[in-house]
Design a protein around this ligand. Structure first.
Ligand code: ADP
Ligand code: TYD
Length: 208
């Protein structure tokens, strides 16, 4: 089903600059007269924000990979029902900091065979992809040091360390190759302004 709005997601490893770039893009598009909803995952609706605290805080072994997948999917379903779909139906531009590609990576790569389960659950309960996905590609060591420099209590995933971040980076690049029609990949290892210029150029070109 095609809705009148546009759905843009930002993806990349922790600390790659997604939130910064998503915020800047939202401000830029609003300045151009668009109606924009800036949102994030996990979270983006009251119920999904509650689930966010469950999955991001506490011991790294708090959940099994399967339970964690169900929690992220439950959060996404609520976010989709309450925030994303209503905005798309109203013709707005939704900018989402992470979406289902993050689950394909963070849960799908954690255990052998889990990616197939991620895709099945996505088809069953979500069934929606972004129209455009901006992948901010970045060296994992730089990303991790940026992310750790910033954090409060949400360190469950960052504490998985450099090795996982390196696999995520490679995994995201593979995803971009798997879905070339909706992915645009931008080098995040540069000055904030340079990255922002590339993001703006890619998105305005696509919107036109
Ligand atoms: P993400 O949402 O991908 O985890 P953030 O946007 O929160 O990343 O950025 C992580 C940290 O790095 C923040 O403190 C942010 O201010 C900083 N940062 C973002 N982009 C850049 C950049 N291009 N150069 C240097 N620091 C950056
Ligand atoms: P986020 O707040 O975007 O963290 P960061 O700003 O550091 O990139 O996301 C928090 C963590 O949640 C991040 O480490 C990735 C993880 N995550 C998943 O494991 N699965 C998912 O489906 C999503 C959306 C996020």
């Amino acid at each position: 089903m095609s809705l009148p709005g546009r759905f843009i997601s930002f993806e990349g490893i922790d600390g790659s600059g997604k939130s910064t770039q998503a915020r800047r893009l939202a401000a830029y598009l609003e300045g151009q007269g668009h109606s924009v909803v800036l949102t994030r995952e996990p979270g983006g609706s009251p119920g999904a924000e509650d689930i966010r605290a469950l999955v991001l805080e506490g011991d790294p072994d708090r959940w099994s990979p399967e339970t964690e997948l169900l929690l992220f999917t439950a959060a996404r379903r609520d976010h989709l029902e309450r925030t994303i779909r209503p905005a798309l139906e109203a013709g707005q531009i939704v900018i989402c900091d992470r979406f289902a590609d993050s689950t394909r990576m963070y849960q799908g790569l954690r255990l052998t065979g889990l990616r197939a389960l991620v895709d099945q659950l996505h088809d069953l309960m979500i069934g929606q992809e972004p129209d455009l996905t901006v992948l901010i590609d970045m060296d994992p060591e730089i990303g991790l040091s940026r992310a750790l420099g910033r954090n409060g209590g949400e360190e469950r995933f960052e504490s998985f360390g450099n090795d996982l971040q390196a696999r995520m980076r490679a995994g995201f690049l593979d995803l971009a190759a798997e879905f070339p029609d909706r992915f645009v990949t931008i080098d995040g290892g540069r000055e904030l302004e340079e990255v922002a210029e590339d993001v703006t150029r890619a998105v305005t070109g696509w919107l036109a």
